[in-house]
Design a protein around this ligand. Sequence first.
Ligand SMILES: Cc1ncc(COP(=O)(O)O)c(C=O)c1O
Length: 358
Amino acid sequence: MMKVEIHPEAVERVKKFSISDHQLGFGKYVAPIMIQAMYDHGEWQRFDLLPYGPIQLDPCSKVLHYGQEIFEGMKTFHQPDGSIKMFRPEQNARRFNQSARRMSMPEIPENQFLKACEVISAYCQHLVPKRLGESLYLRPFMIASEVGLGIKPSKQFLFIIVASPSGAYFSGDSVKVYIERDDIRAAQGGIGFAKTGGNYAASLKSYTKTIEAGCDQTMWLDSTHQYIEEMSGMNFMCIIDGELHTPALTDTILDGITRKSVLEIARLDNFVVREEKIAIDHLLKLIQEGRCTEAFVCGTASVICPINSFLDKDGKTYSMKEGNGKISMYLREKLISIQAGKVKAPQGWMYPVEEIKF
Ligand SMILES: Cc1ncc(COP(=O)(O)O)c(C=O)c1O
């Protein structure tokens, strides 16, 4: 494994940095350091810990034209003993490389990815917020930096990690979901399962529709417009006849780490868990019949947010019986307590970050 070069200016900058605001929000503050590495001549070059700052890109860099780009989102949590731990970072490393393969980008050896995440977390230890649900959000990303307008895979790449002390995203309000019946997010054989910018750019038109309709989250259906897939940045789950249901993973759905964790927690608690196709019209019928009692969205940023209603294209609203559902909130508390080190985590979930004295 390559080590990370620590630049003294970066250490000086982060040492002096503090945040007094208690309303941290999401992505509002960013730590004054970043990890940076270049890929060239067929291999990863040095990994550096540098002061945070603008990067120079030639206007003809491939990422600016063809969107060859991937990213991750993950969190480091304060623990009761004063240490900090990352939540399932090897899952992010695995998914990053899965996205890289789909987007014709170089993989990063898992150990190197983990080391880079650990180093930036360690130098930000004093910036990891301590209240329940708060965390240091890490955003690793990779862009195609080769200069040239030819449509072909770049030979040069830039890998960066920035870190953002973040608040508990969940305000206590449950969300209203807008069912997107027209546009689709992904199709079979496409890039839906990859965490790449294009998927998010393509979701923004529906984001505007969603907000204008007075809703909070867009629900995407599959390319046949029949089956539920996910939200723009979260996966979907619901409780039907007391069982936990979620759409089965396909190449059009992002394999969420929160999704995986919630399913594992639920199975350990002897819930019946079903990963199957869910037709939207069937779900709406089950809501009306009172058989689907709860629904929620889950992802790294918000952990779990209960859904209180669905708005359909014809203007009809379907309200959940339990808009702030018992099971959703139970699963949420359980996962948050694991992340905060208040409850024993399943084997290997919490990755200790070695403390650095400086
Ligand atoms: C499209 C999409 N679906 C689902 C998720 C949830 O994934 P995770 O739980 O790994 O954050 C995310 C967020 O990363 C996402 O962007």
